[in-house]
Design a protein around this ligand. Structure first.
Ligand SMILES: [Zn+2]
Length: 184
């Protein structure tokens, strides 16, 4: 039974949802709202992703499909999806040796999200020494072969910001990508 994997890449994604939308949704039968992790689980089920029975028995049995390992909510809470030892489903060709983190939003994230992302990535870097931290779009093909994945080469815009800039800035919230709640 697999309990650990060799992790070389920590990959950041966004949910491609409206910036600032918490993605909590009312339950049709009332009661507690449906959390974002369950909404994403639904999307991934519709795309045909499937977790193994074994994995579900060990973590988050209610999530049948979600491809990410972590989801960071607009309020800064972190929800777990797949277990870290479990192969994710988030970047074709990279899943076996990576961890996938998804931020709710598209390209603007709350200060709480930025803080939690920094905390989580630092923790994972400690756990998986030497692992690179990249954004989904950094895996786009380098079409002109110059060694740099340029904006015109991005197959997706996910996660909506340049992870290398964020790392260079010491994992501080990235200017132009901070969601400020409108005044009430
Ligand atoms: Zn992505």
């Amino acid at each position: 039974m697999t309990t650990s994997r060799h992790i070389t890449d920590i990959i950041i994604h966004c949910a491609a949802t409206k910036n600032g939308d918490s993605l909590f949704r009312p339950h049709p039968n009332g009661g507690a709202n449906i959390p974002p992790v369950a909404i994403i689980d639904d999307w991934h089920r519709q795309r045909g992703f499937k977790r193994s029975e074994e994995a579900r028995k060990r973590q988050n049995p209610q999530l049948t499909s979600i491809g990410y390992h972590y989801v960071i909510y607009t309020n800064g809470a972190v929800a777990t999806g797949r277990a870290e030892w479990e192969i994710g489903a988030h970047v074709a060709g990279q899943n076996s040796r990576s961890i996938g983190i998804c931020l709710i939003g598209t390209d603007k994230f709350t200060k709480e999200q930025w803080a939690k992302l920094a905390e989580l990535v630092k923790l994972l870097q400690k756990q998986y020494p030497g692992a690179k931290v990249l954004g989904h779009r950094d895996y786009s093909p380098d079409l002109n072969g110059n060694g740099i994945i340029e904006p015109q080469e991005w197959t997706k815009i996910c996660p909506g910001f340049t992870v290398a800039d964020w790392l260079k800035a010491g994992m501080q919230p990235l200017a132009g990508h901070i969601f400020e709640a409108p005044a009430q």
